[in-house]
Design a protein around this ligand. Structure first.
Ligand code: PCA
Length: 207
């Protein structure tokens, strides 16, 4: 029985929803013959999110960590390949912190890779009719920040487990109520994003 830690975020910026948090909450407590899940919604706050993630890793001792976030504007599930050692965003996090052009970890590695089976997850999702792609940038906001810290923390503890980050699109509800978004923004229903993450977990725990 593998222990899977899934995290998502609460809503941030102008968004009124964040499906990544809904997904994490929905998975919390799920259990079958292969795995059990602890699902946690993290605040979209640089330091607090990292702190909470580390606490969850220490207390739950997971065999897999899958962090999720919203990437409004992307049309598909994007499985992130790499996190870079920089935070640079005009938008404030949910506690008003603005971080621009700063390394996440002074003298840290320039970039760290996901240890999830990134390409296999994308292949499985697409075979199941879900639009998905590998992404080579998780941005430079809180998602990249937590992804970089996740991989770095696990390395520092010598914990060699599959871990990484997946971005999900806007919910249709978010797009429907916004006069500008509705003209051009893609979206994905919660059910389909949930199915995608379930398939991603299955692909990851199968080895
Ligand atoms: N998405 C943001 C932060 C929280 C979230 O869900 C990001 O992509 O950085």
């Amino acid at each position: 029985m593998k222990r899977v830690l899934i995290t998502g975020f609460d809503k941030f910026g102008n968004n009124t929803t964040n499906s990544s948090g809904d997904i994490a909450r929905t998975f919390n407590g799920k259990k079958n013959e292969k795995y059990e899940v602890r699902g946690v919604m993290l605040p979209t706050v640089y330091n607090t999110a990292v702190q909470r993630l580390k606490e969850e890793i220490d207390s739950y001792n997971p065999d897999v960590v899958m962090c999720l976030g919203l990437f409004g504007g992307r049309p598909n599930i994007t499985v992130e390949r790499v996190a870079i050692n920089v935070t640079d965003e005009d938008m404030a996090d949910n506690e008003g912190n603005i971080i621009q052009n700063e390394p996440i970890l002074e003298n840290g590695e320039t970039a760290v890779f996901s240890t999830l089976p990134v390409t296999n997850i994308v292949k499985t999702l697409r075979e199941n009719g879900i639009p998905a792609a590998v992404s080579n940038t998780a941005g430079t906001f809180v998602c990249n920040h937590i992804f970089y810290n996740l991989i770095t923390y696990l390395k520092s503890k010598g914990k060699n487990i599959p871990a990484g980050f997946i971005h999900v699109p806007f919910l249709p509800e978010e797009v429907a109520k916004n006069d500008e978004y509705v003209k051009k923004m893609p979206s994905m229903p919660l059910d389909l994003s949930l199915k995608a993450i379930e398939l991603a977990v299955e692909e990851t725990v199968k080895d």
